[in-house]
Structure formats: structure tokens, C-alpha cells
Design a binder for this molecule. Structure first.
Ligand code: PLP
Length: 479
């Protein structure tokens, strides 16, 4: 299309986005569509000749929008939020507009170096120890991955390859696949399923350790499992500790776990996908006590730091562990600065990647650390408000401490067995889901079903939390 058409279309698009956010409370959070609906709305084949911007623009509402789950809706209390902001959108506009692909320093020097500086800014903003900073004294540093799942996989692959090298240096006659078959990684029942998938991809067995009633994985349980595996001739080599578990936002005991990993020479990866953003507030840093002992750390700014998807920040204590695990060097990727500059392609799965650090730069500057802190505190206050409402109604029970933006509760009824109570909560969840005014999810820990409500999304507020509570009560009463 012509530049002037683009100017006009881009103006339409910006207006559309602003109005989308302004009026989002009028949209139904979860759509009324059934699987396969899109086929019926679209022609069977792509057009041979160009259509106009007006034709495309007018289809956004009719074809796409009423089939969307609106993550930015104030009725969205599901999963963990995917917050966004105008500075982040502006950065993605620029990223898309200049459309450069980045894999080595030479392929995009500014993109590489901005990422390095942003990862240091972010590490300092959330209080990570100096060993994770590029500008520090050691070989540590950060990289932006596309997702927490990729970060977990990269960490596991690096640990696996490091372990293979160590075992082979002890005994050259060993075969790689025999070493891998003896490896064991550990996580808890509450760890995100991305750890299980990483195990599937890396062919490493993942042991799911029990958590206490409080949803926390403790050092004693880990130690017992590690010692038993060692006695059985296995090679314990990786632990994924969660800071902010997905079902219940609990925090594994990093101090104990990190100490055991240090003693036993096990890679300790921290998955703080959601809760990591809260570390920007000094008052929440206690949830990460012991982080100075861990090997790698990850959180998703694209969850709660007003940076839109995708942006997953990962730090390693020793970047050589990542590089040695994934370095492959074809001639066409060689460049003059390769021995002195960072080539992020060795730190990640894809080769080409977008200029993601731009959105961190824009958000950190235009929202500022204090603005980000206020946003986190707003989400926590919303959760505390909901907690108070729930506690004031004896038909409900709060199940885990409400530390950040997640509230987990169950609906009770005297005399019910666990299975009956689970079924009651499943039915309550289904009713709320079918009602469609709010969106939340059901979860389970230690066999107990409960409903989880996550506050803090872009347009959430105390008034919206009140509405959410009224829907929950109304649906519960109907049961
Ligand atoms: N880890 C935790 C604790 C999560 O809550 C989530 C998603 O919510 C993930 C990992 C997966 O994140 P991603 O979609 O970035 O892979």
C-alpha cells in the first residue's frame, strides 16, 4: 500500500486501540463462539487481488473481536494477567516498523546492546544479586526469551549438557544417552507444567515432589529425594523452584533449596513467571530470600510489568553454561566482533528474534520504577480487598495466604466429603463460567479443588472486584 494509505490506516488503528481500551468494560470477557466458528466466517481461500484497508478494517469487529477472550477486560480474573501499556505498544510499533531480525551482535548492534543494558536495569530494579548482572564482575547476565517455558527449557538443556560434560570428564567410557537416562530433575506438584514439557523435550525424568498443606516445596523433601536417587545410582542435576506457583501463588523455600543445590552441585532454576514482577517493590523481596544461591532466574515482564507479550526475562549466573550448551557456528553467522560481543543466538532456541528490549526501555522510562510499583501495589490491594470480602462470608474459605494478586477460595457446605465439596466447587466454577460476566479458573492442590481469582489486570479496580464478588455470591446462592 502507499505510504499515505498507511498513515491513514495507522491513524484508524491507533484510534481503534484507544477506543478498545476505553470501552473494554462493555465487552463480554469470554466469547459466545464454538470451535470451528472462524471457518464459517472466512472465504475458503486467500484473495488473488488486494482488498482495501476499509474492507479489512471493518472485518476486525465482525470476524475477530466477538471471538476473542478479552485479557484486558476488567472482568478478567483468570490465569495470571497479561498487562500492557501505551509505552509498550509504541515500542512494538517501532519494532514492527523497522522490522530488523536480531541473532548476533552484527545482525543488530543496538538491539543486542539495548537488551544487555535493559536486563541489567531490570535485574537491579528487582533486586537480583550482582552475579546476574552483565556489568558485574562475573560471567553472569540476562537475556529476553519469548516465554517462561523457553527459559525453563534452556536452563534444563544447559544443566543437562553441563552434567554430560562433567560425567564424561570423570569417565570417558560412558555413553551420553546412558548418562541422560540416569538424570533426574525435581519440581513440585505446584510447579507449572512447562517443567514437565521441558523434561519431555530434554528426555530428563522430572520428579514431582509433594508440597505441604501450604503449597510450599521444602528443602527436607528435596534432600530426601536427592539422597534416595543418588543411592539408586541416579544423577540429580536440576531443580525448578517456583516463586509464585501457578495454582496458588505460593513460594518454595529458596533458602533451603538453594543450599541443598549448592551442596549437591545441582542447577537451581527459579520460575517466578508471575511473582517476579512484584520484586520491583522492596516490601515483597522477602518472597525470594535465598536467590543469591540459585543458578538461573526467570520472570515474565509480560505478565505484571505493563510490557505486553512476549517478553520473558531470564538471568544466569554463568552465561558460558548456556553458550556451551547451544553454540553452533556456521560460517554465514561469523562476524568481526564475535569474540568480544554478545551473540544472543547462543542463549536461546530460535535464531532470529524481534527487538523486544525496546518495550522494556519505553516502559521503564515512561512508567518509571515508581509507576510500576504503584501498579503492583494496586493489584495487591485489590486482592486483599477480595480476601476481606470472602473472609466475611462464612460459606467460603480462603485456602492460601494472599500475598500478591491471587486469591484462592472454596465454597463449603457442612458435612460434605472432600469429593462432594470438590464437585460443588466445580459446579460453582461452571456456573460462573457460563454466566460470562467474569472469567476465572478452577485449580487443585493436594486433591482439593478451589477457585482462583487473580486481580491486577490492566483495567481492574476495587469496583470491579466488588462486581466479581457479587457474581460469585449470586452463583453460589443458586447452588
Ligand atoms: N511458570 C509459571 C509460574 C506460570 O504461571 C506460567 C504461566 O502462567 C508459566 C510458567 C508459563 O509461562 P509462558 O506462557 O511464558 O511459557
Amino acid at each position: 500500500i502507499e505510504p499515505e494509505t498507511f498513515r491513514h490506516a495507522a491513524t484508524n488503528m491507533v484510534d481503534y486501540i484507544i477506543n478498545y481500551h476505553r470501552d473494554i468494560h462493555k465487552r463480554q470477557t469470554f466469547p459466545d463462539v464454538e470451535p470451528g466458528f472462524m471457518q464459517a466466517r472466512l472465504p475458503k481461500e486467500a484473495p488473488d487481488y488486494p482488498e482495501s484497508w476499509q474492507e479489512v478494517f471493518s472485518d476486525i469487529e465482525t470476524v475477530v473481536m466477538d471471538g476473542m477472550t478479552h485479557w484486558q477486560s476488567p472482568g478478567f480474573f483468570s490465569y495470571y494477567p497479561a498487562t500492557t501499556s501505551y509505552p509498550s505498544m509504541l515500542a512494538d510499533m517501532l519494532c514492527n516498523g523497522i522490522s530488523c531480525v536480531r541473532f548476533s551482535w552484527a545482525s543488530s548492534p543496538s538491539a543486542t546492546e539495548l537488551e544487555t543494558v535493559m536486563m541489567d536495569w531490570l535485574a537491579k530494579a528487582i533486586g537480583l544479586p550482582e552475579c546476574f548482572i552483565h556489568g558485574g564482575h562475573g560471567p553472569g547476565g540476562g537475556v529476553i526469551q519469548g516465554s517462561a517455558s523457553e527459559s525453563t527449557l534452556m536452563a534444563l538443556m544447559a544443566a543437562r549438557n553441563k552434567t554430560i560434560r562433567q560425567e564424561l570428564s570423570r569417565d570417558k567410557s560412558l555413553r551420553t544417552h546412558d548418562i541422560v537416562a540416569r538424570m533426574v530433575a525435581y519440581s513440585s506438584q505446584c510447579t507449572h507444567s512447562c517443567m514437565d514439557r521441558a523434561g519431555v523435550f530434554a528426555l530428563v525424568e522430572v520428579r514431582k515432589l509433594p508440597v505441604g498443606k501450604d503449597g510450599v516445596m521444602r528443602g527436607s523433601v528435596l534432600k530426601e529425594a536427592v539422597m534416595k536417587d543418588k543411592d539408586d545410582g541416579r544423577i540429580p542435576m536440576f531443580v525448578c523452584a517456583s516463586i509464585g506457583t501457578t495454582p496458588c501463588c505460593t513460594f518454595d523455600d529458596l533458602e533451603e533449596i538453594g543450599k541443598i543445590c549448592e551442596e549437591q552441585e545441582i542447577w537451581c532454576h527459579v520460575d517466578a513467571a508471575y511473582a517476579g514482577a512484584a520484586l520491583i517493590c522492596p516490601e515483597f523481596r522477602y518472597i525470594c530470600k535465598g536467590v543469591e544461591r540459585v543458578t538461573s532466574f526467570n520472570f515474565n515482564p509480560h505478565k505484571w510489568l505493563m510490557v505486553q507479550i512476549d517478553c520473558s526475562a531470564m538471568w544466569v549466573r554463568n552465561s558460558d553454561d548456556l553458550i556451551n550448551s547451544a553454540e553452533v557456528n556456521p560460517l554465514f553467522l561469523h562476524h568481526k566482533a564475535q569474540d568480544s560481543a554478545i551473540d544472543y543466538r547462543h542463549w536461546q532456541i530460535p535464531l532470529g528474534r524481534p527487538f523486544r528490549s525496546l518495550k522494556l526501555w519505553f516502559v521503564l522510562r515512561m512508567v518509571g520504577i515508581e509507576g510500576l510499583r504503584s501498579n503492583i501495589r494496586r493489584g495487591v490491594q485489590e486482592a486483599k480487598h477480595l480476601e476481606r470480602l470472602i473472609r466475611s462470608d462464612e460459606r467460603f474459605e480462603i485456602l492460601f495466604p494472599v500475598t500478591l494478586g491471587l486469591v484462592c477460595f472454596k465454597f463449603k457446605h457442612p458435612g460434605l466429603l472432600l469429593e462432594e465439596e470438590n464437585s460443588l466447587n466445580e459446579r460453582l466454577y461452571q456456573k460462573i463460567h457460563n454466566d460470562k460476566r467474569i472469567l476465572l479458573v478452577l485449580a487443585m492442590v493436594n486433591g482439593v479443588y478451589f477457585i482462583r481469582v487473580c486481580t491486577g489486570s490492566t483495567h481492574c479496580s476495587i469496583a470491579q472486584v466488588n462486581k466479581c464478588w457479587n457474581v460469585i455470591k449470586e452463583m453460589a446462592e443458586q447452588l
